[in-house]
Design a protein around this ligand. Structure first.
Ligand SMILES: Cc1ncc(C[n+]2csc(CCOP(=O)(O)OP(=O)(O)O)c2C)c(N)n1
Ligand SMILES: [Mg+2]
Length: 803
């Protein structure tokens, strides 16, 4: 028997025994939660369940090596780990399953995430940071398999930066870079590109990361044979193993039912990565799924009798129990009693959670029944209202939606009534919806006073003899100021370091600020974004550069699923104020179009999307964002780096406001709205239109999300009564979004005398070269003719047909 894990060195056998029994308790509680959880779903109390049964033991070992300041980036199997840390009780678990919206009761996401998705709190109520070195941190889980990997890279890299870059304050964030970032992933999810990209990048960066692969041989019903070459992930990763000559990984293989081997493996991994900053992979094999993958199906459908028997035999909790008895740590009878008591306590926790979940609904039902009763008594539609009331009474365990739905239905029968009883019901409905909706819709963006849209604008200032310089000089010198002002700003991307980006907007800055603050990365957009998310979660201010807008698609899954939902899914308990820098607009060619705004507008709700027309505006956006704490995408205009702009004297300080448009030219006949490089063409066309007697007002949208919070476009349309939106996206893309904002949200339809129109690029990707651009995107003649046509239609006498 090998009973020498480090945890036993300085303690008595009695304490050691108690620790093991504590682990066993957690294993039993966690298993019981899984078993009862499945039942709750099958009896209809909860919608869906995905549990950690069969993965308990390695998680207990991981929890033992996980220290204050460490970070986890894991997935839906990790309930035992969270319980072992003391961050998830059985009652919390059931509240997660039921989707209780009270965050005190369901601390992981107040019911927003499915059960099985975990996270810790990095922020206080007022939005200030907690001391992350004094707590055990979990970044918030997402469901897409391997989606947790890219951010893991940044979480680990932060330790390296804090250890090696002393100009950055580590206070409350790091203790000399000693923190390990622990990733967990299922065996089948290692088939995803995100996994391999992360593994490679962490090997290159040599960061303190420990990836645990929970290998149960399946990904839902699909066995390893169809998932992994050689059916063995550590075997195929063996080329990453470090040796005397070359840096790489430490790769450890261990059986998931072997308690002491697991404890050793995790202590080893922790030491290597924590001390040496070497990444480690722990391939935990021979795990099981006692209840199958999730509540959606049963594994008897796809596992052979032989496999099912093997799983029963290798169940890690069973093996742990046998080991405890064999080694005299506890007797069979003692364990039986312990298990009985624990099962009772879990059942009690479950029942309590269900009562607590229902309590406010039951109270609402009581109030509503009374109100419906009162309303029925005074209404000619008494019978109909009583029917609604009785339907409500029949719902023994009502949900919020039952209350909302029944009360709103009843109002339809009171249409003609004017009674205080109807008024009371109406008020109840209004108040109920007002209280409930934020439980589901708050925190898409920051709700703190520091939010980006509240940062006050400061205009760029100019000396009377201000020089005309290339746009790239403005952006470069502004970054220089920002790097000086904000020590926690880090900029990285493909070619961002040594050459100072492909357009030299970072020229010379690596030399000045060092390789940690301005760095080159591999060609790996998903993990560039993930790096940024992880660094931001740990209190740094990353600016992640994606070389061209078109290649943002590689990182889009991570941006959309992880970054854009982060504040929302943690209900403001964590934040990742990552700024993504890229360049686009008016590029040429199918994969260099730089135009695909529509997709971004739809997929990145939760981020700001900014499209500055020039480098002065762009620099001002960076300045604004660094005064706040929210994620944003800034798309610089690629053909603007060599255009001359006046050099502001307050670089690093002036701020371009977010959510505000800018009137570029006043006019009275038609409003032309555009953004980015296309705006420059529109401005020129507006001059041409003057020659045929059309005085257009030109507006730069510049902040697509959020758009025109002060409704300046509406004011413009009240004056011109006509609207043409021009962009280079596909038809129905960003221009359709802007149309909805203006016509529907701002209510501009009331002031329009002509049909509002959009002029976009063609539906296909843009063809190459200058002619390809001319025939694929709106050109000056297209814009002129579209504006003219609107005027012609309204006033053919003054504007006769053009062609
Ligand atoms: C990107 C993505 N594709 C598919 C799914 C659906 N899905 C959920 S879990 C799962 C299997 C994952 O298996 P594995 O990684 O081995 O983890 P396990 O559930 O076995 O622990 C699949 C296919 C998903 N969540 N995300
Ligand atoms: Mg699996």
């Amino acid at each position: 028997m090998d009973l020498q894990p480090r945890t036993s060195n300085d303690i008595s056998f009695k304490d050691f025994q108690a620790q093991i029994l504590k682990d066993y308790e957690v294993a039993v509680i966690s298993r019981e939660c899984s078993l009862l959880g499945r039942r709750e779903v099958l009896t209809g109390k909860a919608k869906f369940g995905i549990f950690g049964d069969g993965k308990e033991l390695p998680q207990l070992a991981m929890a033992r090596s996980f220290r204050d300041g460490d970070w986890r980036s894991g997935y839906y199997r990790d309930q035992t780990f969270m319980m072992a840390l003391g961050q998830l009780t059985a009652k919390d678990f059931f509240h997660g399953l039921y989707a209780t919206t009270d965050i005190e009761l369901e601390p992981m996401s107040a019911g927003r995430q499915m059960g099985g998705h975990f996270g810790s709190y990095s922020l206080n109520e007022d939005g200030s940071w907690k001391d992350l070195t004094k707590q055990k941190n979990s970044s918030p889980d997402i469901s897409p398999t391997a989606g947790q990997m890219p951010r893991l890279l940044g979480l680990a890299q932060a330790s390296k930066i804090f250890r090696e870059e002393k100009s950055i304050s580590a206070e409350g964030r790091s203790t000399d870079g000693n923190e390990v970032a622990w990733g967990t992933i299922g065996n089948a999810s290692t088939s995803e590109g995100h996994f391999f990209e992360t593994v490679n990048a962490a090997g290159v960066l040599q960061v303190p990361m420990v990836i645990s692969i929970w290998d149960d041989g399946y990904g839902i019903s699909v066995p390893a044979k169809y998932q992994t070459t050689k059916e063995d992930i550590s075997a195929i990763l063996s080329g990453f193993q470090r040796d005397e000559q070359t840096k790489g990984y430490e790769i450890i293989k261990v059986n998931g039912w072997d308690y002491t081997a697991l404890i050793h493996a995790y202590e080893n991994a922790s030491d290597i990565s924590r001390e040496e900053h070497v990444p480690v992979i722990i391939h935990v094999q021979e795990l099981t799924q006692p209840q199958g993958h999730s509540t959606s199906g049963s594994h008897e459908r796809y596992k052979s009798e032989e496999r099912l028997n093997w799983e029963r035999e290798h169940d890690c909790n069973k093996r742990f129990r046998e080991w405890i008895i064999e080694n005299g740590i506890a007797k069979e009878e003692e364990l039986k009693q312990l298990e009985k008591d624990l099962r009772t306590s879990v059942r009690k926790a479950k029942n309590e959670a269900w009562s607590e979940f229902l309590a406010p609904h039951r109270e609402g039902k009581k109030q509503l029944t009374q109100l419906l009763n009162n309303a029925a008594e005074t209404s000619p539609n008494k019978n109909f209202i009583n029917k609604v009331k009785n339907d409500l009474i029949a719902i023994e365990e009502p949900l919020k939606k039952d209350l909302a739905s029944k009360s709103r239905q009843a109002l339809r029968y009171l249409l003609g009534d004017q009674s205080p009883e109807k008024e009371a019901l109406k008020q109840w409905v209004d108040q109920f919806l007002e209280e409930m909706q934020p439980k589901y819709s708050s925190h898409l963006y920051s709700e703190l006073p520091t939010k980006a849209t509240s940062v006050e604008a400061i205009p760029p200032a100019y000396e009377h003899n201000a020089e005309d310089v290339d746009g790239r000089i403005i952006i470069r010198d502004n970054f220089d100021q920002l790097l000086q002002k904000h020590p926690e700003v880090l900029i990285f991307g493909e070619d961002s370091g040594a050459i100072g980006d492909v357009n030299q907007g970072l020229e010379g800055l690596q030399k000045k600020y060092g390789q940690h603050r301005i760095s080159d990365t591999g060609i790996r957009e998903a993990t560039i974004i993930g790096q940024g998310i992880g660094l931001a979660l740990r209190g740094l201010r990353p600016i992640a550069e994606i070389q061209y807008l078109d290649y943002l698609l590689y990182g889009l899954q991570t941006l959309s699923d992880d970054l854009a939902t982060l504040l929302y899914r943690t209900v403001g308990k964590q934040k990742a104020p990552l700024i993504v820098r890229t360049r686009g607009h008016r590029l040429e060619g199918i994969w260099h179009s730089g135009s695909q705004l529509g997709g971004l507008i739809h997929l990145l709700r939760g981020m700001y999307i900014l499209v500055p027309r020039n480098m002065t505006q762009a620099a001002g956006f960076y300045n604004t964002l660094l005064q706040s704490d929210e994620p944003a995408l800034i798309i610089e205009s690629l053909n603007g780096y060599r255009l001359k702009e006046k050099r502001p004297s307050n670089l690093g300080s002036y701020r371009t406001p977010i959510g505000k448009v800018e009137i570029m030219k006043e006019g009275s006949d038609i409003t032309l709205l555009s953004y980015g490089s296309t705006l420059r063409i529109v401005e020129k066309v507006a001059q041409d239109l003057l020659e045929v007697g059309i005085d257009a007002e030109v507006i730069d949208a510049q902040s697509l999300m959020p758009f025109d919070l002060e409704q300046e476009v509406l004011k413009s349309i009240r004056k011109t009564n006509r609207l043409l939106i021009i962009d280079e996206d596909v038809p129905g893309g960003c221009s359709a979004y802007l149309m909805q904002e203006i016509v529907e949200k701002q209510g501009a339809y009331q002031f329009l005398d002509s049909a509002p129109q959009t002029l976009s690029g063609k539906a296909h990707r843009p063809a190459y070269a200058s002619d390809g651009d001319y025939f694929s995107k709106p050109n000056a003649e297209d814009i002129f003719e579209a504006a003219y046509e609107i005027m012609h239609e309204a006033d053919p006498m003054n504007y006769p047909a053009l062609r």
